[in-house]
Write a protein that binds this ligand. Structure first.
Ligand code: ZN
Length: 148
């Protein structure tokens, strides 16, 4: 599953809503999405638009754009949900399309425990999940306006 035609992320990363997440915003390089599983409130993903499987295959311009968008997502999450810390995870053995998990750790999360993005699942009531998505989107948009 390494080509774009059979890639699950290429199929649905741009949709307003898909099975796993809701779109927060898009740049020329990426889509930022908030995960439906909110075991860690604010948990989001930044997905490269282009089907590239490995960080090592990015040009320096793509690399800069990708991490800049990851930073923007982290800042928006910090402003909205005030986690104690944010973990940034680039994996992809299961889903080989370059993306970064932006994974907030809150005061109730044990810092000595290994990070597990499959914690939960915890699905908030849909109204409060949508309210969180709106709050995150407005922080994300403010940060974009600030950076020009
Ligand atoms: Zn893909």
């Amino acid at each position: 599953m390494t080509d774009a035609d059979s890639c699950g992320m290429c199929k649905d990363m741009h949709l307003d809503e898909n099975e796993h997440s809701i779109l927060i915003g898009s740049t020329r390089a990426t889509h930022t999405r908030i995960a439906r599983n909110q075991a860690h409130r604010g948990y989001s993903l930044v997905v490269l638009r282009e089907h590239i499987t490995d960080l090592g295959d990015l040009s320096s311009e793509q690399l800069q754009a990708f991490w800049s968008d990851v930073q923007r997502a982290g800042r928006a999450i910090a402003a909205t949900f005030e986690p104690r810390k944010i973990d940034y995870l680039v994996m992809g053995h299961r889903m080989p399309h370059l993306h970064c998990h932006v994974f907030p750790q809150h005061s109730e999360d044990d810092p000595l425990r290994n990070v597990d993005i499959s914690d939960g699942p915890h699905f908030a009531p849909i109204e409060s999940f949508h309210a969180d998505a709106r709050a995150l989107r407005s922080a994300w948009e403010r940060l974009g306006a600030l950076s020009g």
